[in-house]
Ligand binder design. Structure first.
Ligand code: FES
Length: 157
């Protein structure tokens, strides 16, 4: 992991850069999360109160103060995706990964989450896997996406 201060260095000390900086800190964490040390240093960097920075980290669903898996798989639960079967997709993802929403797989590879509209309603039901938003039309497509994430995009066959 890169040292936290050097991750923050490129960000101007203006409030509007806080969210970007927190995302960068989370990405560099190795745990897909923001620990107290990162949040405190962000507060110092932006000259904000710890409460404000902790509040931002708690408000945005893309940020987490809890340790998460290497890959985050989010299933949209907004109305269009729900109508198109996202509840079944969530259940299927949970069964493939052996976890429930909010949990991390025992190998630390995946955390399963639910989320609101991903702006990809035209391909509903949609998921987000790490930073990629994609419509998932069937079980095979979901299994393939999970496998690709697991192997870093390399085929196992
Ligand atoms: S409702 Fe799921 S992407 Fe919009």
């Amino acid at each position: 992991m890169t040292a936290i201060p050097s991750i923050l260095d490129p960000f101007p000390r203006e409030r509007e850069y806080l969210l970007l900086a927190l995302s960068a800190l989370q990405e560099a964490s190795g745990t897909n999360s923001l620990g107290p040390e990162s949040l405190t240093l962000a507060a110092e960097h932006f000259r904000l109160s710890r409460a404000e920075v902790f509040g931002v980290a708690g408000y945005y669903s893309m940020l987490s103060t809890e340790t998460r898996g290497k890959h985050i798989l989010r299933v949209c639960r907004s109305p269009v995706c729900r109508m198109m079967g996202s509840c079944d997709l969530l259940e299927l993802a949970g069964s493939i990964l052996g976890i429930s929403p909010g949990e991390t797989s025992s190998d630390g590879m995946f955390t399963l989450e639910v989320c609101e509209c991903l702006g990809n309603c035209q391909e509903a039901p949609s998921i987000m896997i790490d930073n990629k938003v994609i419509g998932v039309s069937n079980e095979a497509a979901l299994r393939r996406l999970i496998q690709e994430a697991r192997t870093g995009g390399k085929s196992d066959g």
